[in-house]
Write a protein that binds this ligand. Structure first.
Ligand code: ADP
Ligand code: MG
Length: 267
């Protein structure tokens, strides 16, 4: 099947004050149609850089090598229209001085060519789809009047307003408490299936990623360590680093225990 997004030997270096920081090197991977791909790795491993590169949001001074292709689309993808982006902090996507309704309707007008009235109707439907309580009155609310979890629901509604082919969630649940985090993950799953979107789910948390993703790509120091089906990554990682991440998450390194048990040293 033709992949939705295809990265070929992508390299990204940031340039500032005459120095260059290489954030990604030689990344080749595909995001398939309708699949949920997770990118995991420690802070600084290049996850956000990858997301920004795909969305075309890197600063103009950045040096980009390799290719990013959208074979299905047949044209240059547009952020907001073909790609919906949800950041860790909803403040990055929500404007504090505009009502919720104004900002979602604006996306619908810009990218779907709806008129004012239709765009508000679409905004209300979207708030309903992200399960915001009382969508009709939420239209006239300002972001600060909502809880953190509700703001993230609004940010998701805005991200999917133009029916993008790809939804990117960059640590979108990392600032939320565990219960709200689980609710938002469930919501994202639901919307992906309903709209046939592909998902790029970025997280430092391998356990969370394994709940949502069909495949997981492990990043370290700007390199792709391994990429495989979630099941394979979790049960039979081929790379030592992936195993480290799994062990760190369980808070227990099971390998030495198993070896001791085998040697009959564990009573
Ligand atoms: P992650 O999202 O995995 O934490 P990032 O993609 O944010 O990683 O960062 C990858 C590397 O690029 C890090 O070394 C980081 O310091 C560097 N970096 C990120 N953004 C910039 C920038 N705007 N200018 C210079 N260096 C940057
Ligand atoms: Mg990041």
């Amino acid at each position: 099947m033709t992949p939705r997004v295809f990265l070929q030997e992508l390299g990204v270096s940031y340039r500032s004050n005459g120095t260059e920081v290489e954030a990604l090197r030689d990344i080749s991977l595909e995001i398939r149609t309708g699949e949920r791909l997770a990118i995991i790795g420690e802070s600084g491993s290049g996850k956000s850089t990858l997301a920004l590169a795909i969305a075309g949001l890197l600063p103009a001074s950045t040096r980009i090598e390799g290719r990013i292709d959208w074979p299905e689309l047949g044209r240059v993808p547009q952020n907001g229209r073909d790609i919906g982006f949800v950041f860790q902090d909803p403040a990055s996507s929500l404007n504090p001085v505009l009502t919720i309704g104004e900002q979602i309707a604006e996306v619908a007008r810009t990218h779907l060519g709806l008129n004012w009235r239709q765009s508000y109707k679409r905004a209300e439907e979207l708030l309903h789809r992200v399960h915001l309580p009382d969508p009709a009155s939420a239209l006239s609310a300002f972001p600060h009047q909502l809880s953190g979890g509700q703001r993230q629901r609004v940010a998701i509604a805005e991200a999917i307003a133009a029916r993008p082919a790809l939804l990117i969630a960059d640590e979108a649940t990392s600032a939320l408490d565990t219960i709200v985090q689980a609710e938002i993950v469930t919501l994202i799953q639901e919307l992906i299936v309903q709209d046939g979107m592909s998902l790029l789910f970025i997280s430092h948390d391998i356990a969370l990623a394994s709940e949502i993703a069909d495949r997981i790509a492990v990043f370290r120091y700007g390199r792709l360590v391994e990429i495989a089906d979630t099941n394979r990554i979790v049960t039979a990682p081929t790379e030592a680093y992936t195993r480290q991440l799994l062990d760190a998450h369980m808070g227990l390194d099971v390998e030495p225990l198993l070896r001791k048990a085998e040697a009959g040293k564990l009573s």
